[in-house]
Design a protein around this ligand. Sequence first.
Ligand SMILES: Cc1cc2nc3c(=O)[nH]c(=O)nc-3n(C[C@H](O)[C@H](O)[C@H](O)COP(=O)(O)OP(=O)(O)OC[C@H]3O[C@@H](n4cnc5c(N)ncnc54)[C@H](O)[C@@H]3O)c2cc1C
Length: 381
Amino acid sequence: MNTNLPEELQMLQRSVRQFVDDRLTPLEREIEEKDEIPRAVIDAMAGMGLFGLGFREEAGGQGFGKLGYCVAVEQLARTNASLWNVIGGSAGLCGTAIDIGGPDAVRTRYLPDLLSARKIGAYGLSEPGAGSDAASLRTTARRDGDSYVIDGAKTFITNAPIAEVFVIFATLDPKMGSKAISAFVVERDAKGLEVGPNDPKMGLHGSTTAQLFFHDLRVPAAQRVGDEGKGFAVALATLDYGRMGLAAHAVGAAQHLLEASVAHAKTRTQFGRPIGANQAIQWMLADAATEIHAARLMVYDAASRADRGERVSDRASMAKLFATEALGRIADAAVQIHGGMGYMRELWIERAYRDARIYRIYEGTSEIQRLVIAQGLLADT
Ligand SMILES: Cc1cc2nc3c(=O)[nH]c(=O)nc-3n(C[C@H](O)[C@H](O)[C@H](O)COP(=O)(O)OP(=O)(O)OC[C@H]3O[C@@H](n4cnc5c(N)ncnc54)[C@H](O)[C@@H]3O)c2cc1C
């Protein structure tokens, strides 16, 4: 537990921790094995206010700011990563894009439902041919009177199978790159929207991912998020917050793995003494604790700056890069310290190891975070 936080955030930290221990952890094996999150669990997380934590109260949120959001996400990371992934894809990405881009009529219509999880949201940017290079997307939007007509496809969209509200990105002219991209809110029952089947994954069991297909999908112009041609700016500003949340989740997951590794190092004896008496094990623990401490400070710094209204693209990318790379090393060390038991399904360590792998890929790979950081450095000189 971090004691340097304001009292209000320490209380939030404690209450989310208690909620995770009492309500979520007992279900983690069932969620993992069935690859399904019961709706009652989503409702319970919504009842705790977890969907609206970082949003303004006027928008339907809890008003804890981005720092409060990160503090809570850290605690949520003590159980299946899929649980937070539902929140991250829905409120974190879809809700944030709507909040950033507006207009007010769209905010008022969708945010209260998204931030209370009455409706689940999804964020459709990636395409089969446009992942890291998202600005090269090929889904088209053609203006037709008071509407746009959208054609194309999206891939790997978190929550797509259960979502009722989608923010999707499309281009008015594929030759114009990022300058022609606009964002739109599409509802589940819109004619011309097809959602593919849930795609099975290595980890994140319980979280759903699918393709989207648009066939002459007509969207009223009033459903556009942000100005025409400014959708990519909305996408990038949204990802600043998404990346902070991911970094916070990585910190919490790493902390949980470290605590289990310390406990195991104290209790498992070999050669007549606890394995933690060996310097080889001590160094793994010391490196993990050091990296977690640094990563947490980076996350809290980025979130605090965002709460003060600063643009934090570089710091969010640094926090995501550092925290998720550290989590990869710490998850690997945790399996190593647990020996054979670390590899067995009986313990949650192997699930956490599989869950940890995605952090370095989605919302921009580690290579793309480095690209963002370097572009910021070079632009300043
Ligand atoms: C489980 C899951 C959930 C997801 N959820 C969503 C979602 O909700 N919404 C959404 O829009 N997307 C989502 N994504 C997509 C995700 O953001 C992309 O997978 C990610 O951005 C990488 O794109 P890609 O898979 O096409 O990989 P590619 O872009 O093909 O990259 C392949 C490799 O090449 C490297 N590479 C690419 N370009 C460069 C470069 N310039 N320099 C150095 N290396 C480079 C990459 O780092 C990577 O190692 C999700 C993905 C997964 C797996």
